[in-house]
Design a protein around this ligand. Structure first.
Ligand code: CUA
Length: 158
């Protein structure tokens, strides 16, 4: 290799790096805009002590969940299909997990911390919620369910 070739080689490496960066940015844009994946964040909320479903609009809900050994409250949630739901969750005792089957939602549930994630439910059916962090003898029994209904009735705690 002569010294004359070096600038051209550098150009190729620079171009390859540029293409690599553009492809990576493309993947990030695809995951955000096409797949709807969001990085879970720690909500800057004071931990609450009451579980509730707040209806913001006919298809917009905010759900404040509580996790404790060995249940979620509410344990059975109904929302109409097409709903966008903001989930806030905190723990009353130890660290739990919060995974909603069939969605991208997978959070740690930590005492004195409120974690947040958003999901849109377009397909009617039952979505199981499970605790995926070992939290004691009945960890395997710690689950809840979200029922997405065909109707456009408002969400409720059955
Ligand atoms: Cu809660 Cu495992």
């Amino acid at each position: 290799m002569t010294t004359n070739n070096i600038p051209s080689l550098e150009k190729k490496i620079f171009l390859a790096a540029l293409v690599f960066i553009m492809v990576q940015l493309g993947f990030i844009a695809y995951s955000v805009y096409k797949l709807g994946i969001r990085v879970p964040t720690c909500a800057t909320l004071k931990p609450y002590t009451k579980a509730e479903i707040i209806t913001l609009a006919p298809d917009r809900y905010e759900i404040h969940l509580l996790a404790r050994m060995w249940e979620f409250e509410p344990s059975h949630i109904q929302v109409p299909k097409g709903s966008v739901v903001d989930f806030f969750i905190t723990s009353e005792d130890v660290t739990h997990g919060f995974y909603i089957d069939g969605t991208n939602i997978n959070l740690m549930v930590v005492p004195n911390v409120v974690n947040y994630a958003q999901a849109r439910f377009d397909k009617p059916g039952k979505y199981n919620i499970i605790c995926h962090e070992y939290c004691g003898i009945n960890h395997a029994q710690m689950h809840a369910v979200i029922e997405v209904t065909e109707s456009t009735a408002t969400a409720r705690l059955p």
